[in-house]
Design a protein around this ligand. Structure first.
Ligand SMILES: Nc1ncnc2c1ncn2[C@@H]1O[C@H](C[S@+](CC[C@H]([NH3+])C(=O)[O-])CC(=O)[O-])[C@@H](O)[C@H]1O
Ligand SMILES: O=C(O)C(=O)Cc1ccccc1
Length: 247
């Protein structure tokens, strides 16, 4: 299981292709996400702690857009409720293959972890079992905007009373000055983590058509429209935030 430094955009590309979660990204993903998303390690670790409060016996805990299963691993470490199963879902074959390897490694290192199933599937067409926890850690932003409300509605229907959706996203801001400042500070975060101006610019071109952040207000209104009763932001670092949505 190679964990290489992210140099994917270090060399000048004649044309920057749209970002895809392929084998090349899988190889560098842990390094890429840590150096690109301020607060990521804090969010992942605390997602396990938060989930433990909402998890109920004999229910499913979903990690939608699981990538390499960082959130799944945190759920398995922190949740103690009897009879729960973690279901990690991703539609990238390369991610799913490596995710399964990481989880097998976790099994060999810890005892009494929750059972886990890793599905290679599109979260837009997956039928969800009754769930007490659904985590979407930086996944909704990759779903086409016009499909986001319907997906959240399906998640709301699957959530049991007392459960929660935990949704982490990059945010955009209506206020121009706030958008400019937080964007600049995010670029400073990337520079401080060793990314060059070229890497930053090429990555931006790669994700601009595939990753479409919403404002906090859009998230809140859409979650309420999807049938959630309450939205509680619990974390923000620069332009990255995480919300708890209660059914
Ligand atoms: N329709 C879809 N169906 C299933 N998976 C999808 C879909 N669209 C995108 N994905 C998957 O969603 C993941 C988004 S990364 C999540 C990080 C992880 N949660 C983490 O906490 O480490 C976020 C990022 O890279 O910024 C990728 O693995 C995609 O294949
Ligand atoms: O790199 C960025 O600018 C991001 O906003 C986050 C990100 C992290 C990993 C893959 C794609 C996007």
């Amino acid at each position: 299981m190679s964990k290489e430094p992210d140099r994917l955009f270090a060399q000048p590309l004649e044309q920057v292709p749209d970002f895809v979660f392929n084998e090349a990204v899988v190889q560098v993903f842990p390094d890429m996400i840590k150096r690109s998303v301020p607060g990521y390690p804090t969010i992942v670790e605390n997602l396990g702690v938060l989930a433990a409060r909402f998890a109920q016996p004999n229910t499913a805990l979903y990690d939608l857009g699981a990538s390499l299963g960082a959130v799944t691993q945190a759920l398995r470490r922190h949740v103690r409720a009897d009879g729960c199963q973690v279901i990690a879902v991703d539609n990238s074959a390369a991610m799913v293959e490596r995710c399964r390897q990481y989880l097998t490694a976790q099994d060999s290192m810890f005892q009494e972890l929750l059972p886990v199933q890793v599905l290679e599937a599109d979260i837009l067409t997956l039928a969800l079992q009754p769930a007490s926890v659904v985590a979407m850690n930086f996944t909704l932003q990759f779903i086409a905007p016009e499909q986001r409300l319907e997906l959240l509605g399906c998640i709301r229907q699957a959530l049991l009373p007392g459960g929660a959706l935990i949704l982490s996203e990059k945010l955009r801001f209506e206020d121009e000055e706030q958008q400019l400042l937080l964007n600049e500070l995010h670029l400073d975060f990337k520079r401080a983590n060793g990314y060059s101006e070229l890497e930053i610019a090429q990555k931006r071109s790669a994700i601009e058509h595939v990753m479409k952040p919403d404002t906090l207000q859009t998230h809140e209104q859409r979650l309420l429209a999807a049938g959630f009763s309450k939205v509680v932001p619990w974390f923000q670092c620069l332009n990255f935030a995480s919300l708890i949505a209660l059914p």
